[in-house]
Design a protein around this ligand. Structure first.
Ligand SMILES: [Zn+2]
Length: 313
């Protein structure tokens, strides 16, 4: 959805030039100013710059071509960066910003995977951790599937891999056998991810992601953590993980707890599966948190403990 381009003193991420966005009235633009820049003006509006140089602006757009100009002041030197994008359809009212308010189970429609078993895998209670296999899936990867982009132009795929490796470390400390769907920056087809789970006889599956708002939501305001599942089997795991994440989260990150979603990687019908959206890396503070090794380690420990709680139930 968005493209980060480094020009002069700023990186800006806006919809691609000539990209058509349906039903947009306002649009988020994010970026990062060079070190020392404290003053960024987007379409005539002063935008707060975070300690890291990241900023997020929520700007009015109109149907047709829009231009966003970012003005920067650095050591008395003025620079400007412009990007254009197109909004193709008439604006339509959208709900107010914030986490989704409903949490009703999604429609139970799914494509049965040809490699999926028919019977529910028994809960591994009674098994020693060394006999329990957890499959951790760092979302996205490879040159085309970057995931979302942070103000500094970091890709979600990198943040996911870092957090997934940290979760692996914590689970190994607790004695579990852990398999990652990828340990480097490679592309994996969506349905290959659960396939890895079946191939290794995994007892549970946890996909790791970082979030981004829709293009017409305010990236400077939307930030929450959530753990998604699709069926009751996954929901128990999601609840256990979300509860530990809630204990460990820092105050400014809201929690949506355990939620339902019909994601390809969570709808494994007989193996408990959940998807962690750890934070919004499009939010300047969420980006900072995602790249902070101390906070990442704390979050990873929480996810691993949540898994252990589920195992011990
Ligand atoms: Zn993602």
């Amino acid at each position: 959805m968005i493209l980060a381009i480094a020009v002069l003193a700023v990186t800006i991420a806006v919809p691609k030039p000539d990209q058509r966005l349906p039903y947009v009235e306002r649009c988020y633009v994010i970026g990062a100013a060079a070190p020392g820049v404290t003053n960024v003006v987007v379409q005539g509006v002063d935008v707060p710059v975070y300690r890291t140089g990241a900023w997020a602006a929520y700007v009015d757009v109109k149907e047709g071509t829009n231009t966003v100009t970012v003005s920067c002041e650095e050591n008395g030197v003025h620079s400007e960066t412009s990007r254009t994008f197109r909004v193709a359809m008439k604006p339509k009212p959208r709900p107010a910003d914030g986490p989704p308010s409903t949490n009703s189970p999604p429609e139970r429609v799914y494509r049965k995977l040809e490699y999926a078993a028919d019977e529910a895998r028994p809960h591994p209670s009674g098994k020693a951790p060394k006999d329990v296999t957890v499959v951790i899936d760092p979302g996205h990867g490879g040159p085309k599937d970057l995931g979302c982009i942070s103000p500094h132009g970091w890709c979600e795929k990198e943040a996911n891999l870092l957090l997934a490796e940290a979760v692996r470390e914590e689970l190994v400390k607790l004695g579990y056998r852990v398999v990652l769907t990828r340990r480097n920056d490679r592309a994996i087809e969506l349905y290959e991810r659960p396939k890895a789970l079946y191939a290794v006889g995994g007892d549970a599956f946890i996909s790791i992601h970082h979030n981004a708002p829709a293009a017409d939501r305010d990236a400077g305001r939307i930030r929450y953590a959530a753990v998604y599942s699709w069926n009751p089997l996954g929901e128990e795991l999601a609840k256990a993980v979300a509860a530990r994440m809630d204990e460990a989260r820092h105050e400014e990150l809201k929690s949506n707890g355990a939620m339902h979603a019909n994601f390809a990687v969570t709808r494994n019908p007989e193996i408990p599966s959940c998807l962690v959206e750890a934070d919004f890396i499009t939010h300047p503070a969420g980006e900072e948190a995602a790249w902070d090794a101390v906070r990442r380690a704390r979050l990873a420990e929480a996810i691993a403990r949540g898994f252990a709680d589920w195992h011990a139930r």
